[in-house]
Design a binder for this molecule. Structure first.
Ligand SMILES: Cc1cc2nc3c(=O)[nH]c(=O)nc-3n(C[C@H](O)[C@H](O)[C@H](O)COP(=O)(O)OP(=O)(O)OC[C@H]3O[C@@H](n4cnc5c(N)ncnc54)[C@H](O)[C@@H]3O)c2cc1C
Length: 278
């Protein structure tokens, strides 16, 4: 059995039933022995309490827990308070992001870009946290150019990020190209590919359009063609994503970060096919 660093992402459940369900999902995914479970954070602090409570529960179960922290719409005082809470709770890893301003929220706050948050975390808490940042092999949708986006990524690393997790993608070449470009800038931090298992075509298509991840035409057409046939979508998705992971690991990716969408089945099946842990 190979040792590949795995990490698994959840979103904070909104209801007590969701909390119970996630507890069960987490128990199942724990067999993969991930380096950490991470929990997303709504920009502007909209999920602050729910993120913290999921993180506390994960840590209490004895797993490494990494809260995401987005800074857009926040003040320094706000972020300082959250960092203190996490420090007190014994958290050692954060995923530091800019986030997107929720519609209706006019105030951008005191941080403009994620590199400013990374710098603030380092100034406030020294080396206490292992800081992850986001990377975009297919480029962030608001980037003025790939060159600017690479420079923005390098600024996050130079501000003190320890490692990065990518937006999901289905084109391995984009990842390898991105890593090469980053290395050419002298940035050496590990860049772990973010993996999105395929469960539902219309949701995935909508989400991909919004976040600038490309759903390649051949995949889109194939998935469209399955219509409501969930079983075929699942089977095709598992084949495509497992093959993608194989290519990434063979090509030198340091690990895999799964966007679990608070589900266990697809992540477990992909890891089983890859002969990782379970
Ligand atoms: C692994 C991962 C986890 C995520 N988790 C969450 C989450 O929990 N909550 C959430 O709300 N969102 C999350 N996101 C989404 C993320 O917040 C959005 O993609 C957001 O739009 C950008 O955040 P960032 O940290 O990458 O921003 P940045 O690194 O600040 O980049 C944002 C944009 O600004 C540009 N830029 C950076 N610096 C400058 C500059 N000085 N001048 C001009 N342009 C600049 C960049 O090129 C890019 O286009 C996640 C994304 C990833 C990949």
């Amino acid at each position: 059995m190979k040792h590949t660093e795995l990490s698994i992402e959840f979103f904070p459940p909104q209801t007590p039933e969701g909390v119970d369900k996630l507890r069960i999902v987490r128990g199942k995914l724990a067999v993969l022995k991930p380096e950490f479970f991470s929990v997303t954070f709504g920009a502007g602090g909209s999920t602050r309490d729910k993120t913290f409570s999921a993180i506390r529960e994960i840590a209490a179960e004895g797993y490494a827990a990494a809260p995401h922290l987005s800074c857009i719409g926040s003040t320094r005082v706000n972020i300082r308070e959250i960092l203190q809470e996490y420090k007190t709770a014994g958290i050692r890893r954060l995923v530091a992001l800019r986030g997107d301003l929720p519609s209706g929220m006019a105030e951008a706050g005191e941080f403009r870009y994620a590199n400013e948050l990374v710098e603030f975390i380092r100034n406030e808490t020294g080396d206490h946290f292992h800081v992850e940042v986001a990377a975009y092999p297919e480029w962030h949708p608001q980037a003025r150019s790939p060159r600017d986006d690479l420079a923005a990524f390098a600024r996050k690393a130079n501000a003190g990020a320890n490692s990065a997790i990518t937006q999901y993608f289905y084109n391995a070449d984009a990842y390898f190209h991105f890593v090469n470009e980053v290395r050419a800038l002298g940035v050496a931090i590990p860049i772990t590919p973010g993996i999105m298992p395929i469960a539902n075509f219309s949701k995935l298509a909508r989400f991909s359009d919004a976040c600038g991840a490309e759903l390649p035409r051949w995949m889109r057409r194939k998935l469209e063609g399955f219509g409501d046939d969930a079983e075929s979508i699942r089977a095709f998705g598992l084949d495509v994503v497992t093959e993608l992971c194989e290519r990434l690991l063979t090509g030198g990716a340091p690990g895999l970060h799964f966007y679990s969408m608070n589900q266990s089945v697809l992540t477990l099946e992909i890891c089983r096919r890859l002969n990782l842990r379970a």
